[in-house]
Write a protein that binds this ligand. Sequence first.
Ligand code: AMP
Ligand code: MN
Ligand code: MN
Ligand code: MN
Length: 284
Amino acid sequence: MNHLLNADLHCHSVVSDGTLTPEALAERAAANGVELWALTDHDEVGGQHRAAAAAKAHGMRYLCGTEISVTFIGQTVHIVGLGFDPDDAALVQGLRQTRGGREERAQEMSDGLAQVGIKGAYEGALKYVGNPELISRTHFARFLVETGVCKETNEVFRKYLTEGKPGFVPHRWASLKDAVGWITGAGGMAIIAHPARYKFTPNEEFALFTEFKALGGGGVEVVTGSHSAAEYVTYADMAREFGLAASRGSDFHSPDESHTELGTLPLLPGNLTPVWELLASRIQ
Ligand code: AMP
Ligand code: MN
Ligand code: MN
Ligand code: MN
């Protein structure tokens, strides 16, 4: 399995903030020619057994996945985990702890939105929630689009749900050390998700990569739906500089919202170590 593999190792189902079931995602991935798939719900592994079974039914190989919310020097960073044991007790408990607090945060987000005249956002967002422990900003965004406050989810984030905006509530997620530890402790590889999305200075980004590597982190997303072609090159260089393997994933959430379809991104550049080469023994 070299870099030419059609691997899609990042997407979301109704178990977090996607709109499709694990089964529907598997069908869609397979129809798009995905050969190796991973479902990576936010702070959750509740869909892993279903996803693995659905992958098998469609003739795809599978890696267990998740995407953990982390707070690093005051910013939210996402760490993807791949190839771990989804029943590992410390991982399951760590993720449960990370999910805790989303409910209260959602109430506060709703209060903030009410102050600018948007009423009933908590109840409105709940209508879109598939997993009661996983109410996210995405669900609020869907409600604000449905009610005509904004045209699309991206606009909701820009106007209401990001730092300094009325529906934004600062939140403390897992530490980088814990997230990497839970994943590697369960036999998997930790991977920095969509690094170009963060608003770090070059020094802060260097600190993230250095600390991540020192903690036992193994990879970085190079080809993702969140990166431009120029950013593929930037993070391919970073992967080599830090001795990290490279991953590829669409970050697909919904047929209506996601601009990147499952399994359709460019392939990984050839001069990198794909994460699936190092995770060969963990592939189902
Ligand atoms: P939360 O974990 O509740 O903070 O929500 C984070 C999720 O919001 C991400 O995983 C994305 O799915 C979504 N998101 C973040 N920024 C944007 C954006 N600019 N446009 C659309 N969705 C976004
Ligand atoms: Mn999401
Ligand atoms: Mn993410
Ligand atoms: Mn994601």
